[in-house]
Design a protein around this ligand. Structure first.
Ligand code: FAD
Length: 484
């Protein structure tokens, strides 16, 4: 029996334990211990913006119920951090005790980065936030935010990236007076170009959010607000910090493993010690620290294949990611390399702007293939372009129709319908589930959306594909012969 110890009971650690038990349900080959420092059963961190927005409760985002560990024969210990890894003796330290391992998996995720702005920390040197200041990473953070976010409360959100904007949208929806303070001249600068950033800001302003772009927070004074470096100030009874994350690598560093921006891993998800693995937000694979759930879950599946012996040669080959903003009334997808000028000689760059209607689309093509795209306010175009990108297909010659969402890459070039999607089309990105897998599961008896979620896990990540899964279920049901 192989003794696998997982440090971190977040989205990657929880999924790894599940994947191991899918391959070894009777716990005959692998004993699994999961050590998590949060007090809760694992939850879907991706959905925390919905908890802040009030559209989901804390209970609704749980990944596991209270009986999960007993049912799955997992030794689960919560509420205390692993403080040390002793690689010579092959034990980890938790509280006063030690836990031995044959294989150790670091799934310690990432932590919020707090800018060195005066007044954000409590001043005790313990890294705790000052009263009225909350980072946005965990379920406990959400509870603190929601507690203070009554209608009319002035809130400053530090950071105009993906998570900052999701938090801002949720808080504005609760009736708070939200100002986003962002040091760069346009929003989400990693994923968007300035034009898309401007259209997005305009859309969000229409939903009641104010912006201070190109502005640095200088000092937070409780009761007075957030002073900016330019001498102005933003009213704030609550400051939400969402200024980026850093991989949680402290344990790996202490253990003497090779660490760069994350814990370095190879295609077998091994660190510089072959008995120690790393997955999820704490891992760095071929230069990439992903910070997204799809890679974390793909890595969990590969590692489970290896650790259970189900596929000992399984390899992680990287993940093609698409960024989506999950904010009510805003539909935004960004993928690939978008920071390419229209006059770039070795790329074809198309751009369409309709700021008054909140629409913006940029398409970067190389050798006729999608190399990057930003699609705001045009979900049909986003779906079509994402499909082309995923499958490496040539773009249709009518580029304008593609940008406007009128040219889905269907076999016959006709109307978009589940029937037209090829079997290989990815429907659920978070769980890497294709239409073909959904059809197979449906034919094997999983004929409802929840049954399909149980079997394939489609729809259990960000939930953005639920309409598509429903569409496939309806289409399959309608295409069955009706009883006479
Ligand atoms: C608000 C929000 C929205 C997001 N939206 C999206 C999205 O739309 N799409 C997307 O793909 N991704 C999204 N993400 C990112 C996604 O949540 C992460 O990629 C995912 O959670 C990574 O899983 P993980 O297990 O590696 O890390 P985590 O989920 O952070 O889990 C790590 C766990 O390890 C614990 N831990 C750390 N150190 C120790 C220790 N020494 N001992 C014991 N336990 C320890 C941590 O407390 C934590 O519980 C979002 C994140 C946030 C915060």
């Amino acid at each position: 029996m192989r003794n696998v110890v997982v440090v971190g009971y977040g989205m990657a650690g929880a999924r790894l334990a599940d994947e191991i038990r899918r391959r070894d349900p009777g716990a005959d080959r692998v004993a699994v211990t999961v050590l998590g420092d949060e007090d809760h059963p694992a939850y879907n961190r991706v959905l925390l913006s919905s908890v802040v927005a009030g559209s989901l409760t804390a209970d609704a985002v749980r990944l596991h119920d209270a009986d999960w560990a007993a049912r799955r024969r997992v030794d689960l210990r919560l509420g205390e951090p692993v403080s040390k890894v002793d690689r010579t003796r092959r034990v980890v330290h938790v509280g006063d005790g030690e836990v031995p391992y044959d294989a150790l998996v670091l799934a310690t995720g990432a932590r919020s980065w707090v800018p060195p702005t005066e007044g954000l920390l409590d001043g005790d040197g313990d890294g705790a936030m000052a009263p009225g200041v909350v980072a946005f990473r965990s379920l406990d953070d959400c509870a603190l935010i929601v507690e203070k976010a009554s209608p009319g409360t002035p809130v400053a959100v530090i950071g105009g990236g993906l998570l900052g904007l999701e938090a801002a949208r949720g808080l504005a929806g609760r009736g708070c007076l939200v100002t986003v303070v962002h040091p760069v001249g346009h929003l989400m600068e990693r994923q968007l170009d300035p034009g898309a950033g401007r259209v997005l800001a305009r859309t969000l302003e229409g939903l009641g959010i104010e912006f201070r772009l190109g502005a640095l927070a200088g000092r937070y004074v409780p009761g007075e607000g957030l002073e900016l470096v330019d001498g102005t100030s933003v009213p704030a009874d609550l400051v939400v910090v969402s200024a980026g994350v850093r991989a949680e690598t402290a344990l790996a560093e202490q253990a003497g493993l090779e660490v760069d921006r994350g814990v370095l891993v190879d295609d077998a998800l091994r660190t510089s010690d072959p008995r120690v693995h790393a997955i999820g937000d704490c891992a760095q694979h071929v230069g990439t620290v992903s910070g997204l759930v799809q890679p974390a879950w793909e890595q969990a599946a590969v590692l489970a294949d290896r650790l259970t012996g189900a596929a000992p040669a399984a390899r992680y080959a990287g993940t093609t990611v698409v960024t989506r903003l999950k904010a009510r009334d805003v539909d935004l997808a960004a993928l690939g390399d978008v920071h390419v000028d229209v006059d770039c000689p070795d790329a074809e760059v198309l751009c369409f702007q309709d700021p008054a209607r909140g629409r913006y689309a940029k398409l970067v093509l190389r050798d006729d293939r999608v190399a990057g795209a930003i699609v705001l306010g045009a979900p049909d175009a986003a779906a079509a372009i994402t499909q082309l990108y995923d499958r490496g297909l040539a773009a249709p010659t009518d580029r304008l129709a593609l940008l406007l969402g009128r040219a889905l890459p269907t076999a016959g070039g006709g109307e978009a319908s589940p029937a037209d999607l090829p079997a290989s089309a990815l429907v659920c990105r978070c769980n890497t589930v294709s239409k073909g897998q959904l059809v197979g599961a449906w034919r094997a008896g999983a004929t409802t959306v929840s049954a399909l979620a149980e079997v394939t896990r489609a729809g259990t990540g960000c939930g953005g594909c639920r309409d598509a899964v429903c569409g496939i279920v309806d289409w399959l049901a309608a295409s069955q012969p009706q009883p006479a």
